[in-house]
Design a protein. Sequence first.
Length: 281
Amino acid sequence: MKLKGLFLNANNQLEGTEKTGKSRIIVCSKCGVEVSVSRIRKNNFICPKCGHYFTVRARRRILMLVDKRTFVEMDSDLLPQNILNFPGYEDKLQQAEDKSREKESVVCGVGEINGITCCIFSMEARFMMGSMGAVTGEKITRIFEYATENHLPVLGITVSGGARMQEGMISLMQMSKVSAAVKRHSDHGNLYITLLTNPTTGGVDASFAMQGDIILAEPRARVGFAGPRVIEKTLNQKLPEGFQLAEHVMSCGFIDEIVPRDKQKEYIGKILQIHQENANE
C-alpha cells in the first residue's frame, strides 16, 4: 500500500490533517474534534467546538485582513545566508522553506484595509518558529523606512520564538536595528499597530512587537520574553495561572485590547480611519 498522498497539509498549521475521500479532515489538538478544513477556513481557523485558535500562515493572515487584490509584496528577493558558517544551517533553512513555503520568517508589503493604504509585515511560524535572523530584521526595517518616506501606517503581525541562534549576535542586532526604524517612523507622526499572536516571545517581544502605538493581541496568545518553564526553573517557584497569556499581560497594562480573529479587520480598519481623519485635520 502506498502511503504517499494519504496525508495532506492544509494552508495553515492544522494538526492532524488527513485525506478522507474527497474531503480533508483535521483534528483539533486541544479538544480532539474532527472538522473539515473548509469549515475551519470559513471559521477563521478557529475550532468550532472549543474555540482553539489554529496557527495561520503569514500570507493567509494578510489575506484575512487586507482588501482583495490590494497587497503587493516587497523585498521577496532577500534570502538568508549562513553568514557564520554554522554547521547544518543550510539544511535547516531548506527544511524551513519546504515546511513553510517561504524563503524567510516574515512577509512584507503594502496593501489596503477598508480602503486605507498601509504597510504590513506578517511573521511566519512555520519558518523556524518565526525566528528573527538578519534578513528578517532587514525586511522589517525596510518596510518601516518605506512607510516613513511615504507617510504610511504600519501593521505588524508577530509570531516568534525569538532570535535565531544560528546567526548569533547578528540576529540579536536586529532588535536595535528595527527599533531604530520604528522610532524614526514614529518621530514623523506615523502610526504603528502591532497584533500579537501565539506565541510572541524572545527578542521580538523585547523589541518591535511591544513598540506599537496601539498593541492588540489574539485571545490567549502567549506573550513574554522567556518561556514559563525557564522562568519557573530560574525562580524555583510556581507561576500564577494564565501567566504570559494575553489576558494577563493586558491586565498589567502592556496590551491595549484583545481582539477576536473575526473582528480584527473591522477593528484595525477603524483605527486606521481615525488616524487618517486626525492626520487630515
